[in-house]
Design a protein around this ligand. Structure first.
Ligand SMILES: NC(=O)c1ccc[n+]([C@@H]2O[C@H](COP(=O)([O-])OP(=O)(O)OC[C@H]3O[C@@H](n4cnc5c(N)ncnc54)[C@H](OP(=O)(O)O)[C@@H]3O)[C@@H](O)[C@H]2O)c1
Length: 233
């Protein structure tokens, strides 16, 4: 991976070190150059290739909790967090838990994400719905009938000790976290491809205000551009 900004580096940079300055909440997503976060299959695997996966795995290994929206879980493609041996050694412990945010709890509890995770998956939901989460799972209840995202993030940090969070999307949850001013950094991996087509899914769904960004770093690896933006407070 080559660093182009803040100043170009002559030799390759190690993603684990490059992304090691952890913000409190980092949003990490991949999209095509024409702005789609889903590939032709409606998932993300076909977008960024091996270079994207290296950074994806690195961001997971660095995080204390990996937050995803229920819509992403409902694709059925999200497995439990796993760590490769090299990243496990650098992290010095098991993977961070996946944290699923859902109001409806319309989720398939038989998915490996809920039954086979080395670090048990956490469900964030409302106080009204919390009793419907299977007892073997950890639950954070925040808000009465709608998920109170600031309260949920506070509980993840203060009650469960997950200080540095990574949100992997999808577009609805990502926009909701930005609306609530909870996102400090956007790590956008731009795949060198134009997708077009009917399956085009935008990066953010439901963001109704302009949010200024400060570019903080730019890397290039196998044609994928890795941009890091700070969100202005
Ligand atoms: N390229 C990438 O990096 C990337 C990453 C992730 C996902 N994706 C793609 O994105 C798509 C899924 O995205 P999505 O937007 O449909 O779903 P999503 O953002 O993953 O999840 C949305 C769901 O989160 C729950 N939620 C709880 N509180 C919320 C709040 N305040 N605001 C918003 N959501 C809240 C709701 O679940 P309930 O409905 O259960 O109440 C809501 O339906 C999939 O196609 C996936 O492949 C792409």
């Amino acid at each position: 991976m080559r660093r182009l900004l803040p100043e170009p580096a002559a030799i390759g940079v190690d993603p684990y070190e490059a992304y090691g300055d952890l913000p409190r909440l980092r949003l990490g997503m991949v999209m095509s150059a024409d702005g789609s976060v889903t590939d032709a299959e409606g998932w993300t695997d076909g977008l960024g290739g091996a270079a994207d996966f290296r950074v994806f795995r690195t961001l997971r290994a660095l995080a204390d909790g990996i937050v995803v929206g229920a819509g992403t879980v409902r694709t059925g493609r999200l497995g439990p967090a796993r760590l490769r041996d090299d990243l496990r050694a650098r992290r010095g412990g098991p993977p961070a838990p996946i944290v699923v945010v859902s109001r409806s709890l319309d989720l398939d509890w038989t998915l490996p994400l809920f039954t086979e995770a080395e670090t048990p998956t956490i469900v964030v939901t409302t106080r009204t719905a919390e009793s419907r989460v299977p007892g073997r799972l950890r639950v954070v209840a925040a808000g009465e009938d709608d998920v109170d995202l600031p309260a949920a993030v506070r509980a993840l940090r203060e009650d469960l000790g997950h200080e540095h969070l990574l949100c992997e999307g999808g577009p609805s949850l990502a926009a909701a976290l930005i609306r609530a001013s909870l996102v400090d950094e956007l790590c956008l991996n731009i795949a060198p491809t134009l997708l077009g087509g009917a399956r085009h899914t935008r990066l953010l769904e439901g963001l109704d205000a302009e949010v200024p960004l400060d570019p903080a770093a730019l890397y290039l690896d196998e044609g994928v551009l890795f941009v890091r933006y700070r969100l202005r407070a």
